[in-house]
Design a protein around this ligand. Structure first.
Ligand SMILES: NC(=O)c1ccc[n+]([C@@H]2O[C@H](COP(=O)([O-])OP(=O)(O)OC[C@H]3O[C@@H](n4cnc5c(N)ncnc54)[C@H](OP(=O)(O)O)[C@@H]3O)[C@@H](O)[C@H]2O)c1
Length: 259
């Protein structure tokens, strides 16, 4: 087996933490990210791995984290953009954006863009969801009040759209980009808090993230969306196939985060 270097964001809880444990147990080199220093230190000590801290609701922290990673690594094989938020006591970032858009869509976009030189021809796995709702550009700009679920569902279609956009842009001269719904209602903190249910086995999500990170069969699927609720590559919500809208959206994200 060839050992891969895998960076997992949001590895302090839920699917991210369990995937970090799984990949480490399979002999891969893991790099973990978290926002909470105490939780992050605990995970890094348990797994004996390198860690990076950043609150993804603050875009400058994402930028600084990416710079620190670039200083330390010449090559990363897999980036799993797993960190995500659904419910939050304060839905706006300090600069007025919806926190779901910032954490679930903009932050992973910036991290991925900045890490492209070390990702080379590796893989980027983006956590989407079965919850997908048409992206409203005013909402992206923080000008529309939304329910937690609507904001989450828009942010998840948005990451699915930029995954496809990146996949189309790079074809075979860059990483492979895959968006994934890891399975609905997996029993994590997010699901327990958001839906008041103990949820399904987290390993459903861990299994598919592990496969998407490592298995060669996914190499030909750049830009696609894997829906683990039906165990195959599937079409996202219809807007997710609108390449013109995706290009416009990516332009807007780049202007918001200043890349
Ligand atoms: N569970 C499901 O059924 C399901 C279904 C579809 C998609 N997903 C997606 O799967 C991913 C993992 O979710 P999960 O269910 O495992 O939820 P979780 O247990 O709540 O874990 C979320 C992770 O993201 C981190 N995070 C949250 N806000 C952050 C911020 N502002 N900056 C940096 N990191 C932050 C959390 O850090 P803390 O440990 O500090 O909270 C945690 O490590 C998410 O993208 C989610 O949308 C989950």
């Amino acid at each position: 087996m060839i050992s891969k270097k895998v960076l997992i964001t949001g590895a302090t809880d839920g699917i991210g933490l369990e995937t970090a444990r799984r990949l480490k147990s399979l002999g891969h080199e893991i790099i973990v990210h978290g926002r909470n220093l105490e939780k992050l230190k605990k995970v890094a000590e348990e797994l004996k791995v390198k860690s990076f801290q950043a609150d993804f609701s603050k875009i400058d922290e994402v930028r600084m984290m990416a710079d620190s990673i670039l200083k330390e690594y010449e090559e990363i094989d897999v980036l799993i953009n797993n960190a995500g938020v659904l419910k939050t006591p304060s839905p706006k970032t300090h600069d007025g954006y919806d926190i779901r858009y910032m954490v679930n869509t903009f932050a992973p976009y910036l991290l991925t863009k900045k890490l492209l030189p070390v990702l080379k021809k590796g893989r980027v796995v983006n956590l989407s969801s079965a919850a997908q709702s048409s992206v409203d550009f005013d909402a992206m700009l923080g000008k529309v009040e939304m329910s937690d679920f609507e904001a989450y569902a828009q942010s998840k279609l948005a990451i699915t759209m930029w995954t496809r956009h990146m996949g189309n842009s790079f074809s075979d001269n860059g990483p492979v980009f895959i968006a994934v719904n890891p399975g609905s209602f997996l029993g994590t903190k997010m699901v327990k808090e958001g839906f008041n249910t103990s949820g399904n086995d987290i390993n459903i999500g861990v299994d598919i993230l592990t496969s998407l990170a490592l298995d060669s069969e996914h190499q030909v699927n750049s830009g696609k969306y894997y829906d683990n609720d039906n165990g195959k590559y599937s079409a996202p919500q219809t807007d997710g196939l609108d390449d013109a809208k995706a290009s416009e959206m990516v332009g807007l994200i780049e202007s918001i985060i200043n890349v």
